[in-house]
Design a binder for this molecule. Structure first.
Ligand SMILES: Nc1ncnc2c1ncn2[C@@H]1O[C@H](COP(=O)(O)OP(=O)(O)OP(=O)(O)O)[C@@H](O)[C@H]1O
Length: 273
């Protein structure tokens, strides 16, 4: 197995290339024949009903599950050709409840993001402490760096989880419903933090999101799955149309344009008035 990172993407190689990917769990088909290309620097939202295969797709790209059919290529190479440590230098994953309420101090948790850069003695050659300081500062966590995680609110803990993946300095960030447990203010704050971090560091983001309005406001492109298949992909304007939403989610929507940006936003119509 090669340890050559080879993470620079040539102009022809997408950062992620999913080709004919399928995944079975026993008799259950979680994904079927998914083709998808993500170019470096893009922010994709992955949407779809419960059980449509979003998390499974993310796990294939993270390398934590193997496809039963097709292939996953990262930066032009089969994902299986990378070592686990190579992948963790390149890809960070953040789940919906990013960190459990344990008694570890904030700084220690953020430092864990530096693990992929440490040797077997737990030391790293680059100045990891400076990276951790900078990330704590950027996310407004410096004041609470010594507080234990279990003394923070869920929203603050999710900010620490974001700090930990930022300290990892990935090229690609995979997020699985990261705003699920956040109130609307923290949801927006979380997405804005991601957005400015992405602009500064030119990273690529793939985020599974249930909130279509947030997806439309922040993502460049959206991929929609239904019953394990890719049913639509494109810009928020092209995807967020009444007929698409009705078809994918089986609800009756009304679309409006955001008054600030003109981006499509969705209102739900009640079935019975
Ligand atoms: N480890 C597993 N073992 C068996 N079945 C699984 C496993 N993981 C997922 N599945 C099944 O595969 C299908 C797709 O699941 P997945 O979690 O990818 O969907 P999802 O779109 O992320 O759903 P949600 O929006 O509810 O989180 C579901 O029917 C699920 O029950």
């Amino acid at each position: 197995m090669s340890t050559n990172m080879g993470t620079s993407v040539t102009s022809n190689d997408p950062l992620i290339e999913v080709a004919g990917a399928g995944k079975m769990y026993g008799e259950h088909r979680a994904l079927h024949n998914v083709d998808w290309r993500v170019t470096e620097g893009e922010w994709w939202g992955v949407v779809g009903p419960n059980g449509s295969g979003k998390s499974t797709l993310l796990q294939l790209i993270a390398g934590t599950e193997q496809p039963g059919a097709g292939s996953i290529r990262i930066a032009g190479r089969e994902i299986t050709s990378y070592t686990r440590k190579d992948l963790s230098r390149m890809i960070a994953v953040l789940q919906q409840d990013g960190l459990p309420a344990i008694s570890y101090p904030v700084r220690d948790v953020v430092e864990m993001g530096r693990y992929p850069y440490q040797n077997w003695l737990g030391r790293e050659s680059a100045d990891g402490a400076a990276v951790v300081d900078r990330v704590l500062e950027e996310l407004g966590l410096t004041e609470m760096a010594d507080r234990p995680l279990d003394a923070l609110s869920g929203g603050q803990r999710q900010r620490v989880a974001l700090a930990k993946v930022m300290a990892q300095e990935p090229k690609l960030l995979l997020l699985d419903e990261p705003t699920t447990f956040l109130d609307i203010r923290y949801q927006l704050q979380f997405m804005e933090l991601l957005s400015s971090w992405r602009q500064k560091n030119k990273i690529t983001i793939v985020a599974v999101l249930h909130d279509l309005n947030l997806a439309a406001q922040f993502c460049d492109q959206i991929l929609a799955l239904r019953e394990g298949m890719c049913v639509s992909s494109g810009t928020p304007h092209s995807l967020m149309k009444e007929e698409n939403i009705r078809d994918i989610f089986r609800v009756n929507p009304a679309m409006v344009n955001h008054p600030d940006t003109g981006l499509p936003q969705l209102l739900l119509r009640r079935e019975h008035e």
